[in-house]
Structures are given as structure tokens and as C-alpha cells.
Design a protein around this ligand. Structure first.
Ligand SMILES: Nc1ncnc2c1ncn2[C@@H]1O[C@H](COP(=O)(O)OP(=O)(O)OP(=O)(O)O)[C@@H](O)[C@H]1O
Length: 684
């Protein structure tokens, strides 16, 4: 086996001259060069894996208001009425992964300091075109105009972030696409690279490559580990790299690493699935995809392998590659019949604070679109592939349209979907890519094309897809620091409490609305049903009765006393009895005064209410008068209209009578005109 040298170029992390051995030797030498392996391997239990997207997924239904507000506060302003006012942002320009201008957006001062620290990446999906080299005497309809433009003799020009020449190598593609994404990954962003194109156009060649020409996945793994070594060199940080590998075959998700193999062994048998999981008869078990508050989506039960070195991760990926389903098609002797996704999660722990940031690199090799074929199994696979690619196309197209509208209306509305329904649930592929496409990952799309005229239609379709993808705007928040699992729990708790709070607030708002409606009804003169008023009336009556009774008593006593010459008796009575009577009398009088006052108050209240009632009644009667008036007027108008109608008819009748008269009179007049009196001599 030929081992090629690895050297550190000035501009690149790791450059591989020639090929990467079977990748292992090169990786090994690189690791040695960087100071040995990372740590002893830790095998993780299969607790479910995620596509590495931050908790700030805005279009997943299960995301709470808390997360939404967090996302908004991360400078994401939202379009339409549902979007809250965007906080002020400060932007600075930087060069993006593909050399394009991007904005680093800093949060406003009205956010908490921890949130303010979190920068966001604002930019579009990066799109590059990679034509497959063709050996053909035939004239090709496609022409690469320059590094960003490609044209078709009929379809016209298409511009992208980069258009590679057909003779470029995987290393060139990697340097422009995947490598800058890894830099972003280590800065704290999720990163997604996916290859899209018709069958046989070179997706797998680009992503996986060959022994002679390793693709983006092995090159990325190599670079990632070199950077991890570099970063952890100071001893202040610890990195953990975890790999998962899955495929979507016929709309079902399968784990490509769920097998009993010894990755240290050079010969890895394909599809030796482990027996410790329930599975369908004779085949691998289908994995379920679930919404996840923290990660957007989670693939339940997906194997996660903690890897110490790039060689170890490469072995796992090679194993997954062998497990991936391929078949021969017209265009490709080893066509991938599934979408394959390699997930590499980097857990970066700051040893001084104990805080961990988790970011994920998702490398996707999609199955290629193709025309219908005769073989049943291939046709069925093709139908699933086309369906999911169509779903991806629709999602991209909707996101693109929305981004264009947003960018047209307001720069700050650079946030992706809010108003439009994005049909992520139409396929497993779009479900899986949902968090990334919703703005939780920087995305680069490599569109591979076949420039031969026989593939023109498919290639034009790829170009259209690529053009739409290029328009999709992303605003990706940096991943938050988490402090072990406690923060997860806290997040969940806060989330559930926020949801509860939101429900309660909605409940209170509904009750308040009802209360307002009831008060409005009461104020609308509906006094008969006013319990307050009725109560006052009863109370008033009761007090009036008591007052009368007291007055009667007092008068009676007074009269009786006067009648029996009370003054004289009082003089005769002992002073104590006189005083007692006097006090009782005074008490009676003061009670009477109180009752009188209270009655006056009640009466004034009653008068006010009655006035209000009569006011309302008056308004009502006025309204009804007006209604009557309107009705009278309307009937008058109707009457007038009828009269007008009659008059019109009369005029018509008169006119026709006139015409008739004229017709009758005309011959007589004519006769009279022609009539010459006989001149006889008698008259002269
Ligand atoms: N840029 C390239 N340079 C050299 N060979 C290439 C290139 N692109 C593709 N090929 C060759 O073309 C053939 C088909 O490529 P590949 O399997 O990568 O296509 P694909 O797009 O993944 O197809 P499918 O969707 O059917 O899986 C392979 O033999 C591959 O080696």
C-alpha cells in the first residue's frame, strides 16, 4: 500500500498529496505528528442522536415560546404580524466559508449579557457547482463562463458562489466547501454540507471519494482532528468527537453503525448488525425520528461512537459505507439507493468553567434523481428517491421565496420561515434537514452535474434547485454553552413552565375578554339583569321601612310623653332616670340621622342609575325613532320611486300617443296642403 506524505501547507490545515493510503496510515501519521491520540475510547449507550442542531429551532412545533423568544432575541426579527419587534443589532462584515461576504450580527443591549455574547452567522446557503468530467467527442451544451457562472446554450446563465472546472480534484472542492465549515464548527456553529445532483453525477465521488482521491468526508475528518489537537494543545479545553451514520432508504431511517464489528480489524464485514436491538425479520431496524426541544429533531436509538482519532472515525464511516445500499442503474454501476448522513458531533469543554459547547457537522450524500427504470425494485427505490428530492426541492423553493420577500422588504427580516407553511414533514429527508434549513446550521450545497446533452434536462433541474437554494437566507445562532446534563434539565423545566405560563396567560386573557363583554352588555342599558341595581333597590326599601318605623316610634314616644305632661314628671323623676331617657332619645336621634344619610346616599345612587337607565332608554328610543324615521324615509323613497316609475310610464304613453296623433294627423295635413279651393267666378 502506497502511503502518501501529509504536509502542513501555509494556508491549509492539512494537505494530502496524492491519496490518503487507505486513509488510516495518513490519519495515523497526522495524529502522531500532532502529539498522539486524544483519549481512551468511551463507548456510549444508544440514547438517540440528533442532527446536531441547536435548541433554537424555530419551525419545530414542539419548540416553546421561550425558545422562540430566545431566537428572536438573538437578533432574529420575524416577518409579518406574528413577528416581534427586532432588537437593534450591530453588524460587522466578515468573509464567509466560500469567500462570500457574511454579516456577524451582535445582539442588542436589551438582551441578557449571556445572550449578548452569542454571535450569529447571517448569510445565505452557499452553493457550488461541480461538473463531472466527460470523455465525449460530442459538443456539450454547457459552458463554464468564469468561477461563478455557468451557461447553457438554451437555458441561459446561472451564477453561484463557485463553479468548479470539470478537472478539479476533491481536494479543491473540500478546501472551498467543507474545510471552512469545520472552522465554523469549532467556532461554535453547526455546519451542514450536502451533495445534490442526478444519479451518476459524482455525489458519492465528491463526498466519499476513492482510495486514490479521498472525498470531503475523510478530508474533513482529518482536518477536524488536526484542529482539535491544535485547540486542545494548551490543556484548557477537552474535545470529544462522536460519530453517527444513518441512511434513509425507501423513506425509512436505518442506522449504518448498528453492527457488531471490530473497527480495529482491517476487514469489516458489511451488514453484520448487532442482535441487541429489536428488529424486523431479517433486516435492520427502522429508526424513528422525533421532535426534540433541544436539538430540533432526534433520531431515536441511533448509534453514537466516541472516537479518539481520525483513523477510528474513518473506520466507522467505512463500515457505514459498506452497509449503505447501492445497486446498478443505467447511469451508475454502483448507484446509492439511499440518502446517507454522517454526523460528527464535537463536544468542546472548557476545563476551567466546566461548560460544554456541542456542535455538529452533518455530511450528506443524497441519492440521485433519476428517470423511471424497468426493474421493479429499482423503480420503487427511484420513486422514493424522487419523492424525497421533490420534497426537498419544494422546501427549498418556499424558503427561497420567503427569503426573497423578506430581503425585499426589510434587511432585518433575514430569518427564514414564519408565515409560509414549509412542508418539512413531506419526507424523512426534509424532516431530518429541518433544523438546518430552519436556521440552526450554516449550509453548503454541492451540486454535481453531468454536462452531456443527454442529461440536459436533469442538469437544468439541478441548476434550478441550486439557484433557489442560493436564495435561502440563514441566520444561525452560535451554540450555547451547556453545563453537563443539569442545563438540559433546566432547559426542559423552563420550557415546560413557559408553556404552562403561556397557557395560563391565554386563559386569563380569555376570561378578561369575557368579563369585558359582560360589562359592555350591562352598560348597554341592560339594567334589568344588573344584580347590583336590584340589590341596591331591595336594600333601599328595607332601610326606608326601618326609618319609617323608627320615626313612628320616636313620634309616638314623644307624643305620649308630652301628653302625660312629661316635663312635670321628668322634674319629679330622679336625675338618673332623666339622664337615661335623654341618652336613649339622643341615640334614637343619631340612629335616625345615620339612616337618613344612608338612605339619601342610596337614593342618589338609585337616581344616578335611573338616569343612566333612562339615558340608555332614551338613546334606545332615539335609535328606534331613527330606525322608524329611516323606515319611513325608505318607504317614502320607495313610494317616490314608484311615482317616478309611473311618471316615466305616463311620459312613454304620452309620447307614443303623440306619435300616434302625428301619424294620424299627417295624412290629413298633407291632404290639406294639397287641397286647392276651386276658383269659380262666383266668388270673385
Ligand atoms: N469528478 C469526478 N472525477 C472522476 N470520476 C468521477 C467524478 N464524478 C463522478 N465520477 C465517477 O462517476 C461514477 C459515478 O459517480 P458517483 O457514484 O459519485 O455518482 P453519484 O452522483 O453518487 O450517483 P448516485 O446518485 O447514483 O449514487 C463513479 O464511477 C465515479 O468514480
Amino acid at each position: 500500500m502506497k502511503v502518501m506524505a501529509i504536509r502542513e501547507p501555509v494556508n491549509h490545515g492539512v494537505r494530502v498529496d496524492g491519496y490518503l493510503g487507505s486513509n488510516l496510515e495518513s490519519f495515523q501519521s497526522m495524529i502522531q505528528k500532532n502529539g498522539g491520540s486524544l483519549r481512551k475510547p468511551i463507548m456510549r449507550s444508544n440514547t438517540g442522536s440528533t442532527l446536531g442542531h441547536s435548541p433554537t429551532l424555530r419551525s419545530t412545533s414542539s419548540i416553546s415560546s421561550l425558545r422562540k423568544s430566545f431566537l428572536r432575541s438573538n437578533s432574529i426579527s420575524t416577518s409579518g404580524s406574528s413577528r416581534s419587534a427586532s432588537p437593534t443589532r450591530s453588524c460587522s462584515s466578515q468573509m464567509g466559508p466560500l469567500g462570500q461576504k457574511i454579516r456577524i450580527v451582535r445582539s442588542s443591549s436589551n438582551e441578557s449579557p449571556s445572550r449578548r455574547r452569542q454571535d450569529s452567522y447571517a448569510g445565505n446557503i452557499s452553493v457550488v457547482i461541480r461538473p463531472k468530467p466527460v470523455v465525449s467527442a460530442e459538443r456539450e451544451p454547457w459552458r463554464i463562463e468564469n468561477q461563478t457562472t455557468i451557461s447553457h446554450e438554451e437555458a441561459g446563465e446561472f451564477s453561484f458562489d463557485h463553479v468548479f472546472s470539470a478537472d478539479c480534484g476533491n481536494l479543491d472542492v473540500y478546501e472551498r466547501t467543507s474545510r471552512p465549515m469545520i472552522d465554523k464548527l469549532l467556532e461554535g456553529f453547526n455546519a451542514t454540507v450536502f451533495a445534490y445532483g442526478m444519479t451518476g453525477s459524482g455525489k458519492t465521488f465528491t463526498m466519499t471519494g476513492t482510495k486514490e482521491e479521498p472525498g470531503l468526508i475523510p478530508l474533513s475528518v482529518s482536518y477536524l482532528f488536526s484542529k482539535v489537537m491544535e485547540h486542545s494543545g494548551g490543556g484548557s479545553k477537552r474535545y470529544e468527537v462522536v460519530v453517527s451514520y444513518l441512511e434513509i432508504y425507501n423513506e425509512k431511517i436505518y442506522d449504518l453503525l448498528d453492527c457488531d464489528i471490530d473497527t480495529k480489524s482491517p476487514s469489516t464485514p458489511a451488514r453484520m448488525f448487532s442482535t441487541n436491538k429489536p428488529r424486523t425479520l431479517g433486516g435492520p431496524v427502522e429508526l424513528r425520528i422525533r421532535d426534540d426541544a433541544q436539538y430540533g429533531v432526534r433520531i431515536m436509538g441511533l448509534t453514537e461512537k466516541v472516537c479518539e482519532s481520525s483513523e477510528e472515525i474513518s473506520r466507522w464511516i467505512e463500515t457505514g459505507d459498506k452497509n449503505r445500499r447501492t445497486s446498478e442503474t443505467i447511469y451508475n454501476t454502483r448507484s446509492s439507493r439511499s440518502h446517507a448522513v454522517v454526523l460528527i458531533r464535537v463536544n468542546n469543554t472548557d476545563l476551567s468553567s466546566g461548560m460544554t459547547t456541542s456542535t455538529t457537522l452533518s455530511l450528506c450524500d443524497l441519492a440521485g434523481s433519476e428517470r423511471a427504470v424497468s426493474e421493479y425494485e429499482r423503480r420503487k427505490e427511484g420513486a422514493y428517491i424522487n419523492k424525497s428530492l421533490l420534497a426537498l426541492g419544494t422546501v427549498i423553493s418556499k424558503l427561497s421565496a420567503e427569503s426573497l420577500i423578506n430581503s425585499g422588504s426589510n434587511v432585518s427580516n433575514l430569518t427564514g420561515p414564519m408565515n409560509t407553511h414549509i412542508p418539512y414533514r413531506d419526507s424523512k429527508l426534509t424532516r431530518l434537514l429541518q433544523p438546518a434549513l430552519s436556521g440552526n446550521s450554516i449550509i453548503t450545497t454541492i451540486c454535481t452535474i453531468d454536462t452531456r446533452s443527454e442529461a440536459a434536462n436533469e442538469t437544468i433541474n439541478t441548476m434550478r434547485f441550486a439557484s433557489r437554494a442560493k436564495n435561502v437566507a440563514l441566520l444561525v445562532p452560535k451554540r450555547r454553552n451547556i453545563c453537563s446534563g443539569i442545563d438540559d434539565e433546566k432547559d426542559h423545566l423552563i420550557e415546560s413552565l413557559s408553556e404552562q405560563l403561556e397557557i395560563q396567560q391565554q386563559h386569563v386573557a380569555r376570561l378578561e375578554q369575557r368579563l369585558c363583554a359582560v360589562s359592555a352588555l350591562e352598560a348597554d342599558g341592560n339594567a334589568v339583569t344588573n344584580p347590583d341595581m336590584s340589590r341596591l333597590r331591595i336594600e333601599n326599601q328595607f332601610l326606608k321601612d326601618r326609618l319609617n318605623h323608627c320615626e313612628q316610634l320616636l313620634n309616638k314616644d314623644t307624643v305620649e310623653l308630652q301628653d302625660s305632661e312629661i316635663v312635670a314628671i321628668l322634674d319629679l323623676l330622679p336625675a338618673e332616670v332623666g339622664n337615661l331617657l335623654e341618652t336613649r332619645l339622643q341615640n334614637f336621634e343619631s340612629q335616625l340621622r345615620e339612616y337618613k344619610n344612608y338612605t339619601r346616599q342610596l337614593e342618589s345612587k338609585l337616581t344616578t342609575r335611573s338616569n343612566e337607565e333612562s339615558q340608555v332608554a332614551f338613546t334606545k328610543s332615539q335609535l328606534s325613532c331613527e330606525d322608524d324615521l329611516i323606515q319611513i324615509k325608505q318607504s317614502e323613497i320607495t313610494e317616490l320611486r314608484k311615482m317616478l316609475d309611473r311618471k316615466d310610464k305616463m311620459i312613454d304613453a304620452l309620447q307614443s300617443a303623440k306619435r300616434l296623433r302625428q301619424r294620424v294627423l299627417q295624412p290629413i295635413e298633407n291632404k290639406e296642403e294639397n287641397y286647392e279651393p276651386k276658383r269659380t267666378g262666383r266668388f270673385y
